[in-house]
Design a protein. Structure first.
Length: 432
């Protein structure tokens, strides 16, 4: 049985925390953890969420000690694994990331486009400060980044921290993998996905089952009348799939259906961040109930399905030296040719006691290469801007991003910088 002496969760007051810790309950026959330290700067949320987590473990009769702390040193000292799931500015900042671009008929979203850039600009400096403490007090820990936008934050940690065991996690690959297995009526471990791209910008080039590529079958089925559940995972027009010849993953809808999504967001009247804030408030009310000792079904509305499964699978593979293949956010190191070695990519990687090693994917397909390179250029500039505090570099990141119109890049940069001024002090110490 795998064993963790100490797990630290940064952003432990997140409503996601019961989902993550629920994985240890569900897989208690495979993994144990002695000490879980939940760290958060929001005392009330930490108390509410931590209280539920403690009741969950007590009901499951697990001996793990769950500690609640607002002291970072105490949380990370001696940890084996550290999960980062912070949100700088909370949902109010996310709502601004979405609302301000939409006022200019530009996509506002948590992880892509202008919203993703400014989420990263707020989150990178805080993530790097957390990493400094981890490097000092738990230098051998695995740092698992769930903080969005996960690809850009992971890249910043790779480039600008002393951490050597950094990997980014997202639930899109595991959800995609399981959905395809269900469509093909096979077990997930019978499916091999040839996946290439960045976080929230991934394409599947082939789907191998028993030595045969089933991608043509899947594309044909998706071009017909898939079930609502399947369409929600792959919301693309049949003509697009036929022409592309690849299977795009969920978040590519923001690039391939931009105008339609902007219109639907504007018609909704509320941003996703505002809706999530309402869901979170309702969840926290439920979490307060001293009789509640299990994650409520309403948590599914928050998103993050199979979040715990992705995290536990990675931990188990490292601890048990499984040497299996998982789709993760890792340092490129030649995995995708044509991209710098030190950027973050999302590709299949072998996971075991040796660490996490990406598999070489070669060049991106020609039909998607320009989009991948443009988004990666924006990512690189975003990291540089967050670290330097350069307004010019932030505007260049916006300019390079395919979801930001050229003519609005400068003005949107200034508007979002001012809106988030309280969380972007690096841009107001010096201007350049």
């Amino acid at each position: 049985m795998a064993h963790i002496q100490k797990l630290a969760i940064l952003g432990g007051g997140s409503t996601y925390t019961p989902e993550l810790l629920g994985g240890f309950i569900e897989q208690r026959c495979e993994i144990t953890v002695d000490h879980v330290s939940l760290y958060d700067i929001h005392d009330e949320r930490l108390s509410i969420v931590g209280g539920l987590a403690q009741r969950m473990f007590q009901q499951a009769e697990l001996d793990s000690r769950i500690e609640l702390t607002g002291e970072l040193d105490q949380a990370v000292d001696g940890a084996d694994f550290i999960v980062s799931q912070i949100r700088v500015g909370w949902m109010a900042a996310r709502a601004l990331d979405e609302r301000i671009p939409l006022q200019h008929n530009v996509l506002g979203q948590e992880t892509v486009g202008a919203g993703g850039i400014f989420n990263a600009l707020r989150s990178i400096p805080v993530s790097l400060r957390l990493a400094q403490t981890v490097a000092r007090l738990a230098p051998n820990a695995w740092f698992l980044n769930f903080t969005n936008p996960a690809g850009i934050i992971t890249e910043a940690l790779i480039k600008h921290s002393e951490l050597t065991r950094v990997v980014g996690l997202c639930n899109v690959p595991i959800n995609t993998h399981n959905t395809l297995a269900e469509m093909l009526a096979v077990r997930p471990d019978q499916v091999w996905l040839d996946w290439v791209g960045l976080n929230h910008l991934g394409w599947i080039r082939s789907i191998i089952v028993a030595g045969q590529d089933r991608l043509p079958d899947i594309l044909q089925r998706l071009s017909g009348q898939p079930s609502q559940a399947v369409y929600e995972r792959f919301p693309f027009r049949g003509s697009l799939l036929s022409t592309l010849g690849l299977l795009p993953t969920y978040y590519l809808r923001y690039y391939y259906e931009t105008a339609e999504i902007i219109a639907s967001m504007q018609n909704l009247g509320k941003t996703r961040g505002e809706l999530v804030a309402e869901i979170e408030n309702a969840l926290l009310q439920k979490y307060r109930d001293p009789e509640l000792a299990a994650k409520p079904v309403e948590l599914e509305q928050r998103g993050g399905a199979r979040y715990s499964e992705a995290a536990l699978r990675l931990m188990l593979s490292i601890l048990n030296d499984r040497r299996d293949v998982q789709i993760l956010i890792v340092k490129n190191n030649g995995a995708i040719s044509g991209l710098p070695d030190d950027v973050a990519v999302e590709v299949p990687a072998v996971v075991g006691g040796h660490g996490v090693v990406p598999l070489v994917q070669g060049a991106a397909p020609s039909q998607v290469k320009p989009l991948l390179e443009a988004v990666k250029a924006s990512d690189i500039l975003t990291v540089d801007a967050a670290v330097s505090g350069s307004r010019k570099t932030a505007a260049q990141a916006m300019w390079a991003n395919p979801l930001v119109p050229f003519e609005l890049a400068e003005s949107l940069t200034d508007e979002l910088l001012e809106a988030h001024r309280a969380y972007l002090p690096q841009f107001y110490k010096r201007r350049g």
